[in-house]
Each structure stands twice: as structure tokens, then as C-alpha cells.
Design a protein around this ligand. Structure first.
Ligand code: 4AD
Ligand code: MG
Length: 431
């Protein structure tokens, strides 16, 4: 009996006979040869069936195989310099598990709506598969980054009684007869956790009833949010640029093959290293005004405005000191310029837009209470949050990085819907 192995580890078995188990991606015939492209989720390998090497029955059965049929293939691992994997399998035996019905996603081109309706199958396709492996690496590297720096994972709840990021994008739900919301951000709880553990991060799905149908917005997306006691805005920016660099360099190192599959220009990623350019909101606003006459200083940047700024740099750019009026209630203002929040966003290059939003938090009880009132937020729901400013309040900061936008940028994917396994959009909740 040959050993069962995964395709991605095939190089360890050069010259040996092994069994792989997977699905047929494609098949080519030429005389007495059949070339089966078999994928097992880890990678794809070409399996060469030579008529003289297998029984009559096996050779006839191979011709019955359809796209996505499941099968076990046994054969000898041989080097093949031309294939991306570097190896092929010289087949001795094929065990058919199931002959697949006619597969909807044939290897020709399909429209995006059709593909999205078949997302449960589309994930098997070469490019989608590569994007998901990059996503996996981004998440692995993100946890590694914080774990190595002494940040403790303390997750925030998903059902919440209050709004963290404005009341217009809340998803409400019934919670045993009272109203609850799906969280927009784990930040407020992460602040409480930081007062208990010093440096923390939370990581989970977050929800926003975004009515904008852009290529950057999902209604359900994953956010990783560090929060650290005694960090000011500068510490926060430093942490964020080190973090983004670590994510990009980890993918470049560990998922190069997938980036090549996606035809990503890797040289653009290789030099994503600290320091990132840092510019004041006012400076960014001047850049935008020159190219977008509609823009007024004081406005928030739209997607196109962010692109105007990011085009000027070949690294992510940090914009800081946004007007307090357009930012969240919890942000601390700069005592030197009270109209500005100690806020920062990181805008990815090449038009991928904002990937990080963060700030130093208001740590004074009275000021925070006043902001809660100004924003017409229900004071009672924030009692616990205000408590943090009563019992050993300290300067503290944090940020949130959107996994999908980051993966989209790293992969060079046009729309975030391809960066999450099962996207949720304003007009899509199936499959
Ligand atoms: O800038 P945002 O709204 O910041 C916060 O939620 C803070 N409470 C985070 C913190 O300080 N702990 O969102 C952070 C990031 C954005 O930069 C973006 O990458 C992503 O979350 N994001 C979205 N991604 C996909 N679809 C959406 N609708 C998104 N909204 C935000
Ligand atoms: Mg933001």
C-alpha cells in the first residue's frame, strides 16, 4: 500500500510511490496518454496515465472522468521542471470515488453574478483558491505579530447593546424581547480588556449595514483590533506600520506561488517596509482639492479622494489629525489643535483605499461623557465604558485593520467580495 500524501508536500516523496486523494480539475488526452490535473485543496498536480502502465479497465475508466469527479490516484513521484509544482505523478492506479455531474463552472469564462451564485463551488477555482490561501497567511501572520509582541487575544462580544461606529450602519436584532445589535467593531470592549491586560487584540467578524455598493464594502467583514494601555498616537502609528509590513512580507515569503498564480506584481509588495509616509489631514486635503474641485477642507475623503492621495506614494500612507467633527465620539482631541482628533488612517497604495482606522482614545471622564451626549448616544449603555475613565484612566490607543481590504490589496483583487469565503453584500446573502 502506497502512503497517502498531500500534494503540497509531494517534493518529500520524489521517486516513491504515493497515493493522493482529490478532485479532477481538468484532463487532456493524447494517443495512449491521459494527463489528469488533480487538485486536493493543498495544490494541483499533473498525473500522467500511460496506457501500457495501467490495466485496460483503469484506462477505460479514466475516460469516464468528468470535471470535479473525486478520485484517488496512486503513482510514482517524478520531477517535472516545466510544472509550477516541479513534480508530476506517473500513474499506476486510479480509484474513482464519484463521477461528478456536469459541473456548472466549466473552464470557460463566466459572469461574476453567476460565479457569486455558485460561490460554494467557485472557491475550488484556481484564482479563488490562491486568494483564500493568501487570506489564511494574512490571518496567521497577524496573530503571530501580536503574539510575539506580548499582546493577549481577548475577544469582544458580537451581540452588543450599543453602537461603536455611528448609529447609521447598525444591524439590529431581537434579543429576548429587547433590542441588540451586531457589533461594528470590538474596540470599546478591547479598551476594557487593555486596562486588564495592558496590550490586547481582538479578532472577529464585524457587521455594518452599508448601503454603499462599492468594491470596498461588505456588510460582514473581519477586523483585527489591537489596543494598548499607555500608547499614544505615535506609538499607534508605529505599531500599525510594523504590522502592515509584517503581513505583506509574510505573504511575499510564504505565499509567493499564490501571488504568482494571481499575476501580482510582487516587486510592488517587496518594498512595503517601515517607515511609511505620514501626512497631516490638512496636507492630504490640499492634495485632494487640486484634483477634485468639489472637495472642501474639513470633509471626509471618499474612495476616489483616497486614491488621489495614495497615488503620490509607493507605500501605504498614514493620514493623521482628521477633523474631530468627522470622526468617532471616542477619539481624543489634540490639545495643541482642539479641532483635530488624534486619529490616523492607513491608505493602501494602488487605489485599494483605507485598510486601517485608529486613534488615541479620550481618557478623561467628563470630556467623554460630553461627547456621548453630543452624539446623542444612550448614556446608560455606556456606563461601563465610562467606568474605564474612573478607575485608573490612562492614555491608550488602538486601531482596526480590515482583513478583506488588506487581502484585496495584497492579491490585487478588484472587489473585496473575492477576498472572503462567503461574502455578504447589500444584495447578497446566498449562498
Ligand atoms: O475605520 P473603522 O470604521 O474603524 C473602527 O471600526 C475602529 N473602531 C477600529 C479601532 O480603532 N479599533 O474600520 C476599520 C477598518 C477599515 O479601515 C477597513 O479596513 C475595515 O475596517 N472596514 C471595512 N471592510 C470591509 N467592508 C466594510 N464595510 C468596512 N468598514 C470598515
Ligand atoms: Mg475608517
Amino acid at each position: 500500500m502506497a502512503q497517502t500524501v498531500t500534494i503540497s508536500e509531494i517534493s518529500k516523496y520524489n521517486g516513491q510511490e504515493v497515493t493522493i486523494q482529490g478532485w479532477l480539475y481538468n484532463m487532456r488526452s493524447s494517443g495512449k496518454l491521459r494527463f489528469l490535473l488533480v487538485r486536493d485543496g493543498s495544490a494541483t498536480i499533473q498525473c500522467v496515465v500511460f496506457k501500457n502502465d495501467v490495466s485496460e479497465e483503469i484506462f477505460t475508466n479514466v475516460d469516464k472522468l468528468t470535471q470535479e469527479s473525486s478520485l484517488r490516484v496512486t503513482g510514482k513521484v517524478a520531477e517535472d521542471k516545466r510544472s509550477p509544482l516541479g513534480y508530476e505523478l506517473q500513474v499506476r492506479d486510479v480509484d474513482i470515488v464519484q463521477i461528478a455531474e456536469e459541473y456548472p463552472i466549466s473552464l470557460k469564462e463566466h459572469g461574476v453574478d453567476f460565479l457569486m451564485d455558485h460561490r460554494h463551488l467557485w472557491l475550488r477555482s484556481r484564482l479563488q483558491h490562491a486568494v483564500m490561501l493568501v487570506r489564511h497567511e494574512v490571518i496567521r501572520a497577524a496573530r503571530e505579530f501580536f503574539d510575539n509582541r506580548g499582546f493577549v487575544l481577548v475577544d469582544s462580544p458580537i451581540f452588543t447593546p450599543n453602537a461603536a461606529e455611528g448609529t447609521t450602519t447598525l444591524f439590529g436584532t431581537d434579543y429576548f424581547g429587547s433590542k441588540a445589535y451586531l457589533t461594528q467593531s470590538g474596540q470599546l470592549y478591547a479598551e476594557a480588556s487593555a486596562m486588564a491586560f495592558g496590550k490586547v487584540y481582538c479578532f472577529g467578524p464585524t457587521f455594518r449595514a452599508e448601503k454603499s455598493k462599492t468594491r470596498r464594502h461588505l456588510t460582514e467583514f473581519w477586523m483585527i483590533e489591537p489596543e494598548a494601555a499607555y500608547y499614544d498616537l505615535n506609538d499607534d502609528m508605529k505599531l500599525a506600520e510594523d504590522f502592515v509590513s509584517h503581513l505583506v512580507q509574510s505573504v511575499v515569503k510564504n505565499r509567493r506561488r499564490e501571488l504568482e498564480t494571481l499575476e501580482r506584481d510582487i516587486s510592488k509588495l517587496e518594498h512595503i517596509k517601515p517607515p511609511f509616509p505620514r501626512i497631516h489631514y490638512n496636507e492630504a486635503a490640499e492634495m485632494v482639492k487640486k484634483e477634485n474641485p468639489e472637495f472642501k477642507v474639513g470633509d471626509d475623503f471618499g474612495g476616489a479622494d483616497e486614491t488621489i492621495v495614495s497615488e503620490k506614494f509607493d507605500k501605504p500612507v498614514i493620514i493623521h489629525h482628521y477633523p474631530a467633527a468627522i470622526k468617532a465620539f471616542y477619539m481624543k482631541r489634540d490639545p495643541q489643535e482642539p479641532q483635530s482628533a488624534l486619529a490616523m488612517d492607513i491608505i493602501a497604495p494602488e487605489g485599494y483605499g483605507e485598510i486601517i482606522g485608529g486613534s488615541q482614545r479620550e481618557d478623561d471622564y467628563d470630556t467623554l461623557l460630553q461627547r456621548i451626549k453630543e452624539h446623542n448616544l444612550p448614556e446608560a449603555d455606556f456606563k461601563w465604558y465610562l467606568d474605564l475613565r474612573k478607575y485608573g484612566s490612562v492614555p491608550h490607543s488602538g486601531f482596526g485593520l480590515g482583513i478583506e481590504r488588506t487581502v484585496g490589496w495584497i492579491c490585487g483583487t478588484k472587489h473585496v467580495r473575492e477576498t472572503i469565503p462567503y461574502p455578504r453584500l447589500m444584495q447578497r446573502i446566498y449562498p
